[in-house]
Design a protein around this ligand. Structure first.
Ligand code: HEM
Length: 403
């Protein structure tokens, strides 16, 4: 532990530092010395960073006190119109409205429907591997990891082939709002509106018609279960972003872990039946979404700290996933770690709807990767996204040797 760290000056907010990697040392320090930590923010005010596994669960278990809806789920204050838009996404709704909408959306994520995606996923994964094999040298982020999640989301929604490229590009802009290379905040807002408008049109076109894509299932659900085209527009933004960037990040983070730990690489290559357990460790290790924010609806206590009504509370999944009181040797990538109670998909009320799908995508991706390539190596510098929210990469140059 660095002697230089001091609770009075430590900063885990500054997005610049994430370009160099997750500041694990700072989070370990906070978990040990000040687990519910008041982080000052550059434009005034502050927020509580909740860094321990048990406290993240405690706050997630109490959505009436720690609201996702009141101030949204990111640390920064949003313009009023953005906040209204965000509240149309499941992620930023509180019960009872949240339960009602989530119940309707669940029809698209039943184990049966997700299971039906497997042959499609495998075929697409093989085509991603073939294209990469033909190139030999790839940017793993965009040439491989980005390709599969996008295909799956577009397939689930029945998005026409001709629109798929711009939809993912717009999704990137929504998420990359802190990274100058991907555009600034205003651009992010515009991209959300563009995706939302497109979702609205698709939902309108499909209302009252047959079809077994997720949009048709949602807008044509029987009784009072149907959601309107306007409701769908906001959900659509979330699903495009949630299902795309996160799964990509899981794949990029796992590749780097495997290239770093050649024993783990060889073990999985030799025995892909280890993958379901290993994918849980990949999720813990990578934690694609570092945090989601809540806002206190009343004065409360958390981890021994007094939280006042209106204050921001940051549920830090990454820190929780490296909590040494829950995970032995958390800084070790251990593909056989079991049990592995990571919080990469959150916990409780808002637990990720796409968890089953994401797990399946990762398993199939790696099965097909090992079947296709005899070797993989980095050929240059890895570049990370400037973000304290998404643990993503922009560039991972890799050379692949086909079998
Ligand atoms: C590795 C991939 C993924 C990760 C790490 C991830 C992570 C998360 C997290 C942390 C939450 C919030 C949990 C909370 O606030 O307690 C969440 C919610 C959500 N995720 Fe995911 N996600 C992934 C993939 C997906 C996919 C593939 C989809 C959809 C196709 C999806 C759809 C959603 C939705 C709709 C919610 C909101 C649920 C609610 O508020 O009730 N996610 N996800």
């Amino acid at each position: 532990m660095s002697a230089a760290l001091d609770p009075a000056t430590v900063d885990v907010y500054d997005p610049d530092q994430y370009v160099a990697g997750v500041p694990h040392e700072k989070f370990a320090f906070l978990r040990a010395h000040d687990p519910v930590f008041w982080q000052r923010l550059p434009h005034g005010g502050g927020c509580w960073f909740v860094t321990k596994h048990s406290d993240v669960i405690a706050a997630s278990a109490d959505p009436a006190t720690f609201s996702a809806e009141r101030g949204g789920v990111v640390i920064e204050d949003l313009a009023p119109e953005r906040l209204v838009q965000m509240r149309g996404q499941l992620l930023a709704m509180d019960p009872p409205r949240h339960r009602d909408v989530r119940r309707k959306v669940l029809v698209g994520f039943t184990p049966g429907l997700v299971g039906r995606m497997e042959p499609f996923l495998r075929e697409r994964a093989r085509s991603v591997m073939r294209a990469a094999a033909a190139k030999g040298r790839v940017n793993f982020v965009y040439d491989m990891a980005a390709a599969l999640p996008l295909q799956v989301i577009c397939e689930i929604f029945g998005i026409p082939e001709s629109d798929r490229a711009w939809v993912v590009e717009a999704g990137d802009r929504v998420i990359g709002r802190d990274d100058p290379e991907l555009g600034v905040s205003e651009d992010s807002g515009e991209s959300s509106v563009k995706i939302g408008t497109y979702g609205f049109q698709l939902a309108n076109e499909r209302t009252g018609k047959g079809g077994d894509d997720l949009i048709s299932l949602l807008v044509n659900a029987p009784g009072d279960n149907a959601i309107t085209a306007a409701e769908f527009a906001n959900l659509f933004i979330q699903l495009i972003v949630a299902g795309n960037e996160t799964t990509r990040t899981l794949l990029t983070g796992s590749l780097l872990a495997l290239l770093d730990d050649r024993d783990a690489y060889r073990e999985l290559e030799a025995d892909p039946s280890l993958l379901p357990v290993a994918v849980e460790e990949m999720l813990r290790w990578t934690t694609p979404v570092h945090y989601f924010r809540r806002t206190a609806t009343r004065d409360a206590e958390l981890g021994g700290k007094k939280i006042r009504e209106g204050e921001k509370v940051v549920l830090h999944y990454t820190s929780a996933n490296f909590d040494e009181t829950v995970f032995a040797e958390p800084l070790r990538f251990e593909i056989r770690r079991d049990p592995n109670p990571h919080l990469a998909f959150g916990w409780g009320e808002h637990f990720c709807l796409g968890a089953k799908l994401a797990r399946m995508e990762a398993r199939i991706f790696w099965e097909e990767f090992f079947a296709s390539f005899a070797a993989a190596e980095l050929t240059g510098a890895v570049r990370r996204m400037r973000s304290n929210l998404n643990n993503s990469h922009k560039e991972i140059p890799v050379r692949l040797v086909p079998r």
